[in-house]
Design a binder for this molecule. Structure first.
Ligand code: GLC
Length: 810
């Protein structure tokens, strides 16, 4: 069953069956003001943080309620419905609905008994409030009298958890007022400053462009006794009774009425935000002008689309195109902006960015908005501690040079992070490399950036310190210690236990440092890094390779995790894919381990993180045991890892495999099996249940997942083969033989590349000829270590003009 389709021209996903198997969401706004909205207008809004700045209520794990509701009522016969199918939920034979999720906006259209409504929800660019633009049209042949009610359920206070559980307190600190065009909600209004960690806030819900006919600020009165959002008594009655809340639960509800001649329309706007009375008043007066929203939407589209335009692909696979051109790209920006803070599944209680999460998220947008990436790279570098380790959690109000750190009780208390993780700082290497390679901005290496706690250094030296941190935290056999955990939250190998994934990341870090040192002509560093790389290579060979596979780790009691013959968890995905990505495995071994992965771990929805799932034979630190088999880290298809296996296959030139993995786990490719997948067909989720589950293929934890960026990198660098380095751009697609040609438009260092790839012989990788602006480019071998021997050809940045025609014959 499918519930919608992609509209690539408008960069929208269109839901034409509103009874989706789960709320299908979109993200609106910016870090200043975030709003999540489902295809049925469920969702919530927050200022800066979903956990600490919550404006309106949403009940997780329930029926996608409440949300931003707009009710319509026929004032002649009393029948009422909502502008989104839910919450009133009229029979779908009579009620037609179209939801268009777009870049930064969502439009809900409905047709019911000859009334057409459009509700356009968005947060204007650079604004910290939201707009619901409403248009109601009489599409019938007789005159109609209609009422419209806008409704939001305010939280009693900004701390989401307090609002949910500490009701003996929170229900008695708030009240609402009516101010002619809006409901004003105050919190702790008698206090000048925050008391008891609560905050003095005011919020408003307004109507602009129409007259308020009646109002209500009290949720219980709005809904009525023993009623729900689907049948509020005040909507049924056609009038709000003017009750304002004083204690208990506040809401904003505003009512307007209008007559519609056949063909006639009205337009007006609801506004919601956290503003003082005077600011709210000023906003309402601006939105009396009904033409403002259209201009603002144009601005939003220009903002988003101009970024997405920086890479445009046209391959024979529409699912791939829709994801890479719009939806995966947009999701990369969303994870970049909101990290793991807020979704319809959960709202992160932590008050900052997870180090490794954000450093990886950056990778997903470098090719689309390098400047935005740069700012965050510097920010994350400034959260590295002077000894090279990284703060596992970087607070939103991070203050470089003055932060406490995991060694300090205060840090552990305020963040809940007990110690360093082994991988955090190592993610800087691929991220900084990708940024410098994309932009050629090598000056960044010499830029001085503070450490989190004290002192400052050039970025190049920050990277060296990250390596020092790993070298100073070695476990048994001289391999990097797993510390609190590595990338896998569920692997506690013990203080001296060692992680093979981290060893491979470190190996890769040496390689990146060698490239930078070569560029800087810093032969001492180059020599030292080469020495270390070789030395570690030997240890990896001795300790991490057993029989036919790379193992996953060695616990502090010297128990090897992930060996052939173990009854459970005997093969792990990440060490195999990272053996290739890091450049450690040569071509033959790389192919052999990836073949093993394909045999042992691949399923119809992607490759499992490991297999078999833990049940009876887990080691002490194997927290994956907590989960049901084939779920999350316990042998589920942890989707973030799919990007790495796609990349690894592509680096080996095996395009068919790379795209096979890509499509197995691609949301768009599951559009027709939405009832199996549950989650949005246009956004990645965290994981998919695998073969042991009675619900194989069901996916969970939508939107805020590292999957967005790893799959983007796997697709762009891997499948499309766009692999920049300091001097230029390598073009080495790895595609299925059925892709006989495809095109790409790419912005690169301020220039435009129109790339045509021809594959008449049905190859999976390789290059026969490359021409740039009509001139054949001499084939250049891949510089050792910068990819596989199958790399395609290379375009030196120096030969590029403002606009370039590039043709690659495979
Ligand atoms: C979650 C965490 C991330 C971790 C991953 C694997 O996505 O946010 O930090 O790396 O799980 O355990």
């Amino acid at each position: 069953m499918k519930y919608g389709f992609f509209d690539p021209k408008n960069r929208e996903y269109v839901i034409d069956k509103p009874d989706t198997p789960a709320p299908w969401a979109n993200y609106l706004g910016s870090p200043a003001y975030g709003a999540i909205i489902s295809n049925n207008a469920g969702g919530y809004s927050f200022v800066k943080s979903g956990a600490a700045g919550r404006l309106i209520r949403y009940r997780f794990n329930e029926q996608d309620r409440p949300g931003r509701y707009i009710y319509l009522r026929d004032d002649e016969d009393g029948d009422y419905w909502s502008a989104s199918w839910q919450p009133v939920g009229k029979p779908l034979e009579q009620y037609k609905s179209i939801c268009r999720h777009g870049t930064g906006y969502t439009q809900l259209e409905a047709d019911y008994k000859d009334i057409h409504s459009q509700a356009l929800y968005y947060v204007p660019q650079d604004a910290d409030y939201e707009v619901w633009k409403v248009k109601v049209t009489n599409s019938g042949s007789k005159a109609r009298k209609i009422s419209c009610f806008g409704f939001v359920e305010f939280t009693c206070e900004s701390f989401y958890e307090q609002d949910q559980v500490n009701l003996q307190y929170t229900q008695f600190i708030t009240r609402t007022y009516f101010k002619e065009k809006f409901i004003l909600q105050t919190i702790n209004e008698n206090c000048l400053n925050a008391v008891n960690e609560s905050r003095v806030d005011t919020r408003f819900f307004a109507l602009a462009g129409a007259k308020v006919a009646s109002y209500c600020g009290d949720k219980a009165k709005f809904l009525g006794k023993y009623r729900d959002y689907g049948n509020p008594v005040s909507v049924e009655n056609g009038k709000l009774d003017g009750t304002l809340n004083y204690n208990l639960n506040p809401c904003g509800a505003l009512h307007t009425t209008f007559d519609l001649a056949p063909g006639g329309s009205v337009e007006f706007t609801f506004l919601l935000g956290q503003k003082r009375e005077a600011q709210a008043k000023e906003l309402v007066s601006r939105y009396e002008d009904a033409s403002l929203p259209e201009k603002e939407i144009d601005k939003l589209k220009t903002y988003w689309h101009s970024r997405l335009e920086n890479l445009k692909v046209n391959t024979p696979d529409d699912n791939f195109n829709n994801m890479i051109n719009t939806w995966n790209a947009y999701q990369c920006f969303i994870t970049f902006i909101w990290s793991r803070a807020a979704s319809l599944t959960y709202c992160g209680q932590r008050n900052g960015y997870g180090y490794r999460d954000t450093v990886q998220d950056i990778q997903g947008i470098i090719h689309l908005d390098p400047d935005m990436a740069l700012e965050k790279i510097k920010f994350m570098i400034s959260a590295q501690v002077n000894h090279g380790g990284a703060l596992p959690l970087v607070k939103y109000n991070h203050n470089p040079g003055h932060e406490d750190k995991p060694e300090d009780e205060s840090y552990r208390k305020s963040t809940g992070h007990p110690s360093y993780r082994a991988d955090d700082a190592l993610w800087l290497f691929p991220t900084v490399w990708k940024y410098i390679a994309e932009t050629g901005n090598t000056a960044l290496l010499d830029e001085v950036i503070p450490y989190a706690d004290k002192g400052k250094d050039t970025l190049f030296n920050h990277l060296k310190k990250a390596i020092d941190f790993s070298l100073n935290n070695l476990g048994i056999h001289g391999l990097p210690a797993g510390l609190h955990a590595d990338w896998n939250d569920c692997l506690r190998l013990g203080a001296k236990g060692v992680s093979v994934f981290v060893a491979l990341q470190l190996y890769y870090a040496f390689e990146i440092m060698i490239r930078f040192a070569k560029y800087k002509k810093d032969s001492a560093t180059e020599k030292e890094m080469t020495k270390q790389k070789n030395r570690f290579g030997k240890i990896i060979e001795e300790r991490c390779w057993k029989d036919d596979r790379f193992v996953r780790g060695i616990t502090e009691h010297d128990v090897t995790v992930g060996k052939k013959g173990d009854p459970e968890a005997n093969i792990w995905l990440n060490p195999q894919s990272w053996a290739v990505i890091s450049g450690y495995a040569d071509e033959a071994r790389g192919k052999a381990v990836l073949d093993l992965v394909h045999n042992e771990l691949n399923t119809k929805y992607g490759a499992r993180i490991m297999s078999p799932s833990y049940r009876k034979h887990a080691f002490d630190g194997a927290l994956a045991l907590l989960f049901n088999p084939s779920t999350k880290e316990n042998g589920g298809i942890f989707l973030q890892t799919q990007g790495w296996i796609i990349l690894a296959e592509a680096l080996l030139g095996r395009g068919a495999r790379a795209v096979e993995y890509y499509l197995e786990s691609c949301p768009a490719a599951q559009n027709e099996i939405a009832d199996t997948r549950l989650m949005e067909p246009y956004a990645y989720s965290q994981f998919t249940e695998s073969v042991d589950s009675p619900f194989e293929g069901r996916s969970h934890v939508h939107w805020l997942t590292g999957t967005a960026s790893t799959v983007m990198v796997g697709s762009v660098e891997g499948i499309l083969g766009l692999r920049p380095d300091i001097e230029g751009l390598r073009l080495a697609p790895a595609i299925p033989s059925s892709w006989k040609s495809f095109t790409m438009e790419k912005s690169f260092r301020g220039k435009k590349l129109n790339i045509k790839v021809n594959n008449p012989d049905g190859r999976e990788s390789g290059c026969k000829k490359l021409t740039v602006n009509g001139t054949a480019v001499e084939p250049q071998p891949s510089p050792k270590g910068e990819g596989s021997p199958l790399d395609g050809d290379y375009i030196p940045a120096s030969i590029l003009k403002a606009e370039n025609e590039v043709v690659l014959d495979m």
